[in-house]
Design a binder for this molecule. Structure first.
Ligand code: PNS
Length: 167
């Protein structure tokens, strides 16, 4: 099957910044697993199922991308799927410390797992899921922040307010 990598994240919701990294990873590697994982430090606005659905629509047409949800450790999942590396986007120096820590923890838990960082495209430097949610909740335009095919769906969902229990 060639080289499999994992693009992990909360994707709450997926932004154009995420899509840029996923698309570029799909050109570098044979198979890209986009894994919607749990970040215990964050309280999500979208359920895992909603996030997976949005990602599937956003990545439709990229043949070697697979979207999955997983509630355990990334290092374990990578072992299960025979993934050689984790691919993450780096926006600014401020991302580095956090990403470096995660990279070292994942390597400790799974010594065969490398982490590859792709530098974000300049136009996405400022972009994050929490910025998207903040701007949308205050009535701002998020059409240049999220993929156009899911823009309406994200707006509608955010206007409905907090989700029920993740369950
Ligand atoms: O998009 P995020 O929130 O920055 O992604 C962080 C994520 C989900 C990749 C990270 O929290 C993660 O890997 N969670 C899975 C649980 C895990 O393996 N934790 C140990 C590594 S910190």
């Amino acid at each position: 099957m060639g080289k499999t990598v994992i693009c992990p994240g909360s994707f709450d919701p997926v932004t154009l910044g995420h899509l840029d990294i996923i698309t570029r990873a799909s050109k570098l590697f044979d198979h890209v697993i986009v894994a919607v994982l749990t970040n215990l430090a964050k309280k999500p606005s979208f359920t895992i199922e909603e996030r997976i659905e949005l990602l599937k629509k956003a990545t439709k047409g990229i043949d070697n991308v697979e979207i999955v949800g997983f509630t355990g450790l990334l290092a374990e999942y990578a072992k299960e799927r025979n993934a050689t590396a984790v691919v993450k986007g780096l926006r600014a120096v401020s991302d580095f410390e956090y990403e470096f820590q995660q990279c070292l923890i994942n390597k400790k838990l799974n010594p065969n797992l490398e982490t590859v960082f792709l530098t974000t495209s300049q136009e996405n430097m400022y972009l994050s899921s929490s910025i998207v949610k903040q701007v949308a909740s205050l009535g701002g335009d998020i059409s240049t922040f999220v993929p156009s095919c899911i823009h309406g769906e994200i707006l509608k969902r955010l206007s409905q307010g907090e989700m029920k229990d993740e369950g």
